[in-house]
Design a protein around this ligand. Structure first.
Ligand code: ADP
Length: 301
């Protein structure tokens, strides 16, 4: 099983010609409410890509929460460890998407902030898994607790260190596979990642923390894959981007689905890049996440 411990957000998405400047009001063309949150997006991406997936998370008492949980269940995710917390809202993201498909995001953690180590301890059976997938939209102490327990059980601990923040060695030393984008890699290592040499240097700095496998995602360029200090650029798929929201999330979920199916790492990265490329051709977060057959069709085209 893959266990995802992480966030659930309700995304409010507005498309605009460009991002408003401070003090400026701009009218967008289109408004939508879409299920999001990095934990949820990655769980959905994994499940749609074929993984047996469990999700440990918290929602608030608002009316949309149950429909989110129903959506996860419809994707085949085990939702038994998603709890509704009284007196607080489900996490919210206010997302602006510009004409280039770039996004700008403001978050309110809501119930995600209540996924504490104590809350996690109610669902320790979820940590008896082969793979654990974490992101940074829940309390850091919870990620450390989840990673240490999963590690003891012999699980592969995977961290998508997003949104960008610096992290203590206490967490990094528990991680087997890390998947930062360029900004996140820079924040973690202090190394600027704008070419292959930078990616290689950042990857080496992460290996030095004891992380065996480093995958730095480089947007449309693809990924830098580094194992035992040997790195290579794996180009992505050429597609027309309309909305890159959840590209990284789709990459992570699909990667773990491929690894669960025992695909070799290089093949799993190709699969994940195909999934992520499909996601950027469609608007929204979970609405843009592709299914296994679509991913295989792109790989075979
Ligand atoms: P994040 O969304 O976390 O910032 P990236 O932008 O690096 O992550 O994207 C993650 C992966 O998604 C990339 O490694 C690539 O495989 C795929 N991807 C992202 N943007 C594009 C694009 N414009 N065209 C094709 N693939 C893309």
């Amino acid at each position: 099983t893959l266990t995802v411990v992480g966030s659930i957000n309700i995304d409010h998405v507005i498309r605009l010609p460009q991002f408003p400047r401070p003090g400026e009001t701009l009218t967008g063309s289109d408004y939508r409410i879409v299920p999001g949150g990095k934990g949820a997006n990655q769980a959905v991406a994994a499940a749609r890509a074929g993984a047996t997936t469990r999700f440990i998370a918290c929602v608030g008492e608002d009316t949309l929460a149950q429909s989110l949980i129903d959506g996860f269940a419809a994707d085949g995710i085990d939702t038994a460890a998603i709890e509704r917390i009284e007196g607080i809202n489900t996490g919210v993201a206010l997302i602006q998407v510009n004409a280039e498909g770039e996004n700008s995001i403001a978050l309110a953690a809501g119930a995600n902030g209540r996924l504490t180590p104590e809350q996690l301890s109610r669902h320790t059976e979820g940590l008896h898994c082969e793979q654990l997938l974490l992101q940074l939209e829940i309390p850091l102490a919870t990620n450390i607790a989840a990673a240490s327990q999963a590690k003891v059980q012999g699980a592969r601990v995977v961290l998508n260190p997003a949104p960008a923040q610096s992290l203590p060695d206490e967490l990094l030393t528990l991680v087997d596979l890390i998947t930062p984008n360029e900004t996140e890699a820079e924040r973690l290592t202090g190394v600027t990642v704008n070419d292959d040499a930078g990616a290689d240097a950042a990857a080496r700095a992460l290996h030095a923390k004891g992380i065996a496998t480093v995958i730095i995602t480089l947007g449309a360029r693809g990924v830098w894959l580094s194992e035992q200090g040997r790195g290579q650029l794996i180009p992505g798929f050429k597609v027309k981007a309309v909305d890159t929201t959840a590209a990284g999330d789709t990459f992570n979920g699909a990667l773990l689905a491929a690894l669960q199916q025992r695909q070799p790492l290089l093949q799993a990265v190709r699969f994940a890049q195909a999934a992520a490329a499909l996601s950027v051709t469609r608007p929204g977060a979970q609405t843009s996440v592709p299914y296994q057959d679509e991913i295989n069709a792109l790989l075979e085209s």
